[in-house]
Design a protein around this ligand. Structure first.
Ligand code: 13P
Length: 319
């Protein structure tokens, strides 16, 4: 996953989120439709050249292709590691500014051992921080502490943890405010990762890019987003961290690729790459829309998006 030109395909939407995406293109949210859509993604030939791993939702880890090949084997055959989302989702955080916390630590060691047996080799835990909500001290601390406990537990189970404190794009804040919050969140996250003896060279980070809020009137170009994001990472992230795999967070397909490309045109000590869901899948699901006669066309789009982001990982993407 951290070889030159490689990134991650995030396809670990919960049943509810996957349902929203399916219903958005007129497809009913059933287990079989989720399986059909995920088979389309997993069986795209040639993905292994650009993508080293795919993050799955628990249901998907146990599903198979129509011909009986398990998704885990199909991924391995294409040269991709199966990963698993292990958090149990967000819940309201009492006494905060209407913020949330991420649950899932109870029984995590046992679940991680099961997932490893089933073939997973890496995992993800996503907490969120909202800038318009403050963020409150308690929300940031809870986010960082939960991520660190999760990472420690999963490293002990042999899984490579992806540490993802997503700073939501929602809001009208400017890029400087995002920089300030991201710096605070990553400082807190690394404090707790260190306290929990998490091995930095055996984990991956999944940050949001440092960009203006979605409703900010002052837009930034790719060069500016790259400069702010690298400045933040340089001040907070130890060089031995195995990889930095960005989320797309609602950025457009083109912006997420251009921003990544701009970062990789600057010197940095890490493998700076992608772990996109929406920025890889948006056009794919719209093209398929439940119609299997359009599978080949949808897969061609997925492969193109993977190739473009692979080029961006190497800093050689050209629109
Ligand atoms: P997006 O790329 O759509 O933000 O999703 C990445 C992800 O895995 C969020 O947890």
């Amino acid at each position: 996953m951290t070889k030159p030109g490689k990134g991650i395909l995030a396809m670990d939407e919960s049943n509810a989120t996957c349902g929203t995406r399916l219903e958005g293109v007129g497809v009913e949210n059933t287990e079989e439709n989720r399986r059909r859509y995920r088979e389309l993604l997993i069986s795209t030939k040639g993905m292994g050249e650009y993508v080293g791993g795919a993050i799955l939702f628990e249901e998907t880890l146990y599903q198979s292709c129509k011909d009986g090949t398990s998704f885990v084997d199909a991924l391995r055959k294409e040269g991709m590691y199966p990963g698993i989302k292990v958090d149990k989702g967000l819940r309201p955080l009492a006494n905060s500014n209407g913020e949330s916390w991420c649950q899932g630590l109870d029984g995590l060691a046992e679940r991680a051992a099961e997932y490893y047996k089933q073939g997973a080799r890496f995992c993800k835990w996503r907490s969120v921080v909202s800038i318009p909500a403050g963020p409150s001290k308690i929300a940031v601390t809870d986010c960082a502490y939960g991520l660190a406990r999760y990472a420690a537990i999963c490293q002990n189970a042999g899984l490579v943890p992806i540490v993802e404190p997503e700073i939501l794009l929602d809001g009208d804040h400017d890029i400087d405010r995002n920089f300030e919050v991201a710096s605070m969140v990553w400082a807190e996250t690394f404090k707790y990762l260190a306290d929990n003896n998490v091995k930095f060279d055996r984990m991956l980070l999944k940050p949001s890019m440092v960009a203006p809020g979605a409703d900010c009137t002052k837009k930034s170009n790719a060069k500016e987003v790259a400069a702010y994001t690298l400045k933040m990472l340089n001040s907070r992230v130890p060089p031995e961290t195995a990889g930095i795999m960005f989320l797309s967070g609602g950025l457009s397909e083109l912006d997420s690729t251009m921003y990544l490309n701009a970062m990789n045109q600057q010197p940095n000590p890490w493998h700076v790459s992608f772990s996109y869901a929406r920025a890889l899948q948006n056009s794919v699901i719209k093209t398929w829309a439940g119609d299997d006669s359009r599978t080949a066309e949808a897969q061609e789009i997925l492969l193109r998006r993977a190739r473009e982001n692979s080029e961006a990982q190497r800093g050689v993407f050209d629109v």
